[in-house]
Design a protein. Sequence first.
Length: 276
Amino acid sequence: MNTNGRHLTINGVRLWVEDTGGNGPPVLFSHGLLWSTRMWDAQVTALRSRYRCIAWDHRGQGQSDVPNVRAISIEDCYADAVALIEQLGVAPVHIVGLSMGGFVAMRLAARRPDLVRSCVLLETSAEAEPSENVPRYRTLNRVARWFGLRMVANKVMPIMFGRTFLTDPARAAERDTWRERLSRNRRDIWRAVNGVIERQPIMPELSRITAPTLIMVGDEDVATVPLKSERMHAAIRGSKLVRIPHAGHSSSVEAPVHVTAAIESWVGRVEKGEHV
């Protein structure tokens, strides 16, 4: 993708940032765990002619540097988002976050409303990691740490993608691409995984979100099931909840046309000052 990518030092850590530039309203994309800015390629390609699209790799992931800590906390990633917006001078932004990216986006909208024009949350949760998931995720993380994610890619793929994407013969090449991207994660991705597993809930703060908020969830998401989006919707005043048919936990990849159209419509209406 023809986007200006560079490393910026944010809170003492070099983060990889891709910025289309231009004078359009800024849309900031926050990716999910184990991925990178690549999960937003379809959306950036479609929106860049009208919006300034900015996507970054969270610390410890993608092309960003990895701090030598046991766990890269969501609070640190939230602080990075604040500093990135302020350093680029682009506030207020339309923040779009998927899964872990949504954890960051919710904190941003709740705590720094001055930085947020609107909020789009995909496949995410305001709750702590369910206790029943933790042993399994810690086991996968130990394997990834010592042997690499390639060893567990086939177990992680059904968490990250819905059954429609995983079984469609026409999308075999796409699946191979994403499985390879997953497998190529550095072994020290375990530091970021710990931060997600150990995150604190943000649910008590959702009542503070005043920015127009769109919540989207795939009806095949098994990692953050639709019920969690319904609870977020109930907690954020005036929010809108949309279900994405035939999509799992990586809906920006699985249903790119649907997701892009929803983001474009939402951001456009907010920019026009329409009631959303």
